[in-house]
Write a protein that binds this ligand. Structure first.
Ligand code: GLY
Ligand code: MN
Ligand code: MN
Length: 485
């Protein structure tokens, strides 16, 4: 925030300045303060329709209530985080809060209070700014600075949850009795109010429950994930169209191009875009994106648009910068493609979660043995995990509001679990030959390939939500040619 945008406080000595009664805003004359309280229209909105996910968030809260009967449950959205001095990172509500409310207000808190057989939900929010005491124009959270908020009555209509002023909540929590659990890590003020009432172990059970609850996506969520994939596909097309500009500048041109699509069509990018050209493709999470983009090399682009309701895609394509794979690039690409095909085929209801990983790894091990990089038999390679020198990471993960969704789930419910319809996961095998890897022929060094798609488990198999983007090598080349005109 530029200095000239800080609240203006008159300095001239001759101006009669009196302290505001509440003492909060020295330097504001009573005349100005009085003037600012009046002349504003009533903008209260009435008869608002509930947000699309309201029935789904209600069902999620009902399931949560059933899991923790008789306990007060506290789920904060989180607060703004300082970037530097008085500037903050863009706010992103906690996944747990957004999942249970559909709301994304900073400082919001959902409380489920034991009530009869179940719970009564209340969402605690910062209300509209007070115009009587100057807060709306003189406080950093005032609406003239940060924009209009919903009134509590409006929020109630939109979310389908009774809303109260969050400034009353810490006191209420401090005074409350009975068992409490809270989601930690988002709101230090709320945690301080609960400090002698919660335990790390019991809070962790709440976090684990909310992580596992998100594994099977409902209809609304599947629609959002499809939207995220469709926007991401358009973002990838944008990138292909400007590859010549990236060649003239750097990987940052790709990052910026994709970001534009993410901000225009969605809320944001779901994670730092990996725009890895040439040997950078062998760094798994290359997000510095400050390197050159050269014809003849590959570009590994791993990026995802996050929708307005906070569901993200996670898609990777590895593209020849000049539009054509050379022979070796294509050989490696085809191996990863076949591996991905085997992985995707293993995604179906009733399959073990780990099956797709094993299927994909087997193909890569076979190719590495064929190419003479590993000594067979393949069974031995797989048993010892020797292929991992070049495959490096797991073949996928759950996807949803978090790119690595359901991360707090128990092992038995996730990696040792069974796939069910409605689960969504990435299938993303890769081969990475580091530039300094002396165990591979020189021409392999600096080549990295990953192909990543977002796969929904259906009743009878799976659906590739990111199928709009071609994967097979010929199709990739044809698609790039069509976009470059
Ligand atoms: N983009 C991070 C991942 O693929 O898991
Ligand atoms: Mn991924
Ligand atoms: Mn990815």
């Amino acid at each position: 925030m530029a200095e000239e945008l800080t609240p203006e406080i008159p300095e001239e000595e001759e101006q009669p300045i009196k302290q505001r009664k509440n003492g909060l805003y020295p330097g504001v004359s009573d005349e100005l303060a009085e003037n600012m309280t009046t002349g504003w229209a009533d903008t209260e909105l009435h008869d608002l329709q509930p947000i699309a996910q309201a029935p789904h968030t209600a069902a999620r809260r009902a399931a949560l209530s059933e899991r923790f009967p008789g306990e007060r449950l506290v789920i904060p959205a989180g607060n703004l985080k300082t970037r530097s001095n008085d500037t903050e990172y863009a706010f992103r509500a906690s996944t747990e809060y957004a999942y249970l409310t559909g709301d994304q207000s900073e400082d919001g808190v959902l409380v489920l209070e034991p009530h009869g057989e179940g719970h009564r939900a209340t969402v605690y929010l910062l209300p509209r700014s007070n115009r009587e005491n100057g807060e709306f124009w003189l406080s950093g959270q005032g609406e003239l600075w940060v924009g209009r908020r919903h009134s509590l009555a409006e929020a109630e209509q939109l979310l389908g949850i009774p809303a109260k002023d969050v400034r009353e909540l810490p006191e209420q929590l401090r005074e409350g009795t009975g068992p409490v659990r809270a989601v930690r890590g988002h709101d230090a003020g709320i945690e301080a109010a609960l400090t002698d009432k919660v335990t790390a172990e019991r809070d962790e059970e709440l976090r684990v429950y909310l992580s596992e609850a998100r594994a099977v996506k409902d209809e609304f969520e599947i629609g959002e994930l499809q939207k995220a994939c469709d926007s991401t596909a358009r973002g990838f097309e944008d990138v292909v169209r400007v590859l010549d500009k990236a060649e003239a500048t750097s990987e940052r041109y790709i990052e910026g191009t994709f970001f534009l699509r993410a901000r225009v069509e969605g809320n944001d990018i779901g994670y730092g875009s990996i725009c890895a050209a040439g040997p950078h493709a062998t760094t798994l999470h290359w997000v510095r994106n400050d390197g050159p983009v050269r014809s003849g090399e590959l570009l590994l682009l791993d990026a995802g648009v996050e929708t307005h309701s906070l569901y993200t895609a996670d898609i990777t394509r590895t593209l020849p910068v000049n539009g054509r794979f050379n022979e070796l690039q294509r050989k490696i690409y085809d191996a990863v493609y076949e591996s991905q095909e085997a992985g995707i085929a293993a995604v179906k209801p009733g399959a073990k979660y780990r099956d797709f990983h094993h299927a994909a790894q087997r193909v890569l091990a076979e190719r590495l043995v064929e190419w003479g990089l590993l000594e067979g038999p393949v069974e031995r390679v797989l048993e010892l995990g020797l292929q991992r020198r070049w495959t490096l990471h797991g073949t996928g993960h759950m996807l949803g509001m978090d790119v690595h969704d359901c991360a707090a789930a128990r092992t038995e419910a996730y990696v040792e679990g069974t796939l069910e319809p409605g689960m969504c996961l990435t299938v993303e095998p890769g081969l990475y030959f580091q530039a300094d890897d002396l165990t591979v022929p020189e021409e392999y060094r600096g080549i990295g390939v990953r192909i990543e798609d977002d796969i929904l488990v259906t009743e009878d198999g799976n659906r590739n939500l990111s199928a709009a983007l071609p994967r097979q090598a010929d199709e990739v080349e044809a698609w790039m040619a069509s976009l470059k005109g």
